[in-house]
Write a protein that binds this ligand. Structure first.
Ligand SMILES: *Cc1c(COP(=O)(O)O)cnc(C)c1O
Length: 382
């Protein structure tokens, strides 16, 4: 009944974990879910208010423009200027997305022919791989290992693959490894993309979730970046707006023109009222963003100290709301955590084969729940 391409998709491990979690809940277990990368904190009230006001205005009840309202695109450009000192032309260098997943899922359709390569981090956000498969491209996984600071070693990509690669996906601060990249890596990546005539698609979903004074850059700050690629960005993680579905693609106008051609054929833009809320988020007070990072930092400290106290070898991340812990077998450990301690954590293999020996904790639960999780892990029988 289904098309062959559905058979090519990797088994959706996360659905399996959901089933196991549901089973524990049915048994009455008080499950602590550190699995999903979805903030538990609410969207700040001034953003919700902006949505309510805009939703009541009939002018917003029509089809939106495909690329985003001019006011939204200007607010994005202004935010990039303030936050990163990056100058964008709102006319040609900003496109509204229904979340960055929308952009990531559709960009290969515009650039990848059958059998072209797409360079995909392993472990990585699963959509890089599936969007490549939907476009009938070939995935070339780039291993992210602890030895190299969870950065891909671009020189290791075989020359014949590099030559036939159309897209290079990168994501720092990184999900799932929580790694950040040094400035030299951004320069190397731009150089690689230029040399191999590959479009660099940089996923910057976590630029605003960072700790200990670290501030993540935009890839577009790098010299030459605008010539080789675009950045996918999102309000989801920055303003606790995962359910609202709004993000933006910014940078190279020609690359964005390709993305727009695909998107005009598959969707009809983002609800204008949501764009008005996004303008309120990007242009309004930013202390809510700092406050979220402060909360995650406190949780990170409790989890990392707790796990270390139990003898686990885990580093405190500088950014993202994940803790990436090396273990013997991530799959076996996650099942033991769920059935033995009622804790959901994601086995690294769900993000690619190089994630096999890891477990990802999302610190999207309160300090009290994280303390309780550490206590339960301490009581787990070997
Ligand atoms: C959450 C996430 C996204 C998608 O976020 P949207 O809600 O679609 O904007 C994209 N990339 C990574 C790495 C993520 O973790």
């Amino acid at each position: 009944m289904f098309a062959d391409r559905l058979d090519d998709l990797p088994p959706y491990l996360f659905a399996r974990i959901d089933e196991l979690k549901a089973e524990q809940l049915r048994r009455g277990v008080d499950v602590i879910d550190l699995g999903v990368g979805d903030p538990d904190l609410p969207t700040p009230p001034h953003i919700v208010d902006a949505l309510c006001t805009a939703a009541r205005d009939p002018a917003n009840h029509h089809y939106p423009s495909y690329v985003g309202m001019p006011e939204f695109r200007s607010a994005v450009a202004e935010w990039y200027r303030r936050r990163f000192s990056v100058t964008l032309d709102p006319e040609t260098q900003v496109v509204a997305l229904m979340g960055s997943k929308d952009g990531i899922a559709h960009i290969p359709e515009a650039f990848v022919n059958r059998k072209d390569y797409v360079l995909v981090p392993d472990p990585g956000y699963p959509v890089y791989r599936t969007s490549t498969l939907f476009a009938e491209g070939k995935v070339h996984p780039m291993p992210l290992t602890a030895e190299h600071g969870f950065l891909p070693v671009l020189e290791d990509i075989p020359e014949k693959v590099a030559r036939k690669s159309k897209i290079l996906f990168l994501n720092y601060p990184n999900n799932p490894t929580a790694a950040v990249a040094p400035p030299s890596f951004y320069r190397e990546a731009v150089e690689f993309a230029r040399e191999h005539d590959t479009t660099l698609v940089f996923d910057n979903a976590y630029s605003e979730v960072s700790f200990d004074g670290y501030q993540a850059p935009s890839f577009l700050e790098t010299d030459g970046a605008e010539e080789v690629g675009i950045e996918m960005h999102s309000l989801s993680k920055t303003y606790n707006m995962t359910g609202w579905r709004i993000g933006m693609a910014c940078g190279n106008a020609e690359v964005l023109a390709g993305l727009k051609r695909v998107k005009t054929n598959v969707d009809s833009g983002v609800f204008n009222a949501v764009q008005h809320a996004a303008i309120a988020a990007l242009s309004g007070p930013q202390d809510c963003v700092r406050e979220s990072s402060r909360i995650y930092q406190e949780r990170r400290d409790v989890l990392v100290a707790g796990l270390r106290g139990l003898g686990y070898n885990v580093d405190p991340p500088k950014a993202t709301f994940y803790v990436w812990m090396p273990v013997e077998d991530g799959m076996a450990f996650s099942q033991r955590l769920l059935t033995g301690a009622g804790i959901v954590a994601t086995p690294g293999i769900g993000f690619g084969s190089c994630g096999k020996g890891y477990l990802r904790f999302a610190i999207t639960r309160s300090v009290d729940r994280i303390r309780e999780a550490v206590d339960r892990i301490g009581r787990l029988r070997p």
